[in-house]
Design a protein around this ligand. Sequence first.
Ligand SMILES: Cc1ncc(COP(=O)(O)O)c(C=O)c1O
Length: 378
Amino acid sequence: MTGPSVFPGGSGLFRLGTTVAHLNHGSFGVVPIPVAQAWRRLQDEASADPDAFFLGVPDRVAEARTRIAHHLGTAPDGAAFVANATEAAHLALDAVRLAPDDEVLVTDHGYGTVVAAAARRARVVTVALDPTLPDEEALRAAVLAGVTPRTRVAVLDQVSSPTARFIATPRLLADLRDRGVTTIVDGAHAPGALAEPLAGEPDFWFGNLHKWGYAPPGSALLVVAPQFRERVPAPVPSWEHDRGFPRAVEYRATVDYTGWLAAPEGLALLAELGASRVRRHNSALAAHGAHLLARIPGMTPLPYDERLPMRSMRLPPGMARTAPEAVALREEIARRGFRVLTWPWAGGGGMRVSGQIYNEPQEYERLAGVVARVLDGR
Ligand SMILES: Cc1ncc(COP(=O)(O)O)c(C=O)c1O
């Protein structure tokens, strides 16, 4: 682990506004200028000759998918572009064909829209995971304790959003498979952030390219085990509907495909900057932020993983216990110049900070001062 530093040229690669410091890359990502330029060129090309552009789209989408699949270390014909993690969760759950009395196991670290996708289709059983459990082994045991004879599917975070913990490890996935449970892994944070983005061999894995992969928003990949591929429904059956997975899933009539076509440029930029250097930098910044915030009375850092560019902590007791309280706190911190994630969860609130190459150590120093004053005033 290196100490926090400024990434040379990092902030110049983005067009972020200057009224707030963006310490929340993990929520939506930010498109770097070279990727935005490639994206813009594709839009110009589509405007210049729409017929040529749209007739060529399915093959170009397949080429872009192939580049991304290589980066992720998976087979291009076993993966499909989708709009985002939420859409991927719906498609995966439809492919499993759940009966209403099947149980879907989730955890209370799961992302709201993904858990809601499961709840629309089956009975959700939520395993409460103490966020202070020390390691992946303890989390694995807690998840397995929630498996019942009716558990058909487990939907698990590879890296959880509020708590930044690794949950769906290869070992846990193998244990679930041994118990006959179909596994769906929410890898929303994995592409770009992790050197090994695919978690073992789940039945379904999806990851956003627009978070840590520097891709335009609306770019994600859904990776599907062979036995489920032809069961993944096309979100909008169109001219490629009889081409099977993945083309039938990807081609959705006349929509804007330029974000997907530009997505490989994000991963190419990451490689050019030095992916492991970027990851070390981002992790060191997040660690710096967490260290400073942890000095505020009542703040409790959660166990963390050095591979991650995000760190989470519990807020002092009584702070941000409900969604409106968490939003109010987040907005107050934003008014004072900083974007961070706050969340209400299991009787208490939390805060997450991210690190990215446009961030600088002193932003976290100023954030810690502001958070200390805001919490003191409540
Ligand atoms: C773990 C996790 N899953 C799913 C999502 C949803 O992503 P999207 O809005 O791209 O569907 C997020 C977004 O932050 C997330 O952190």
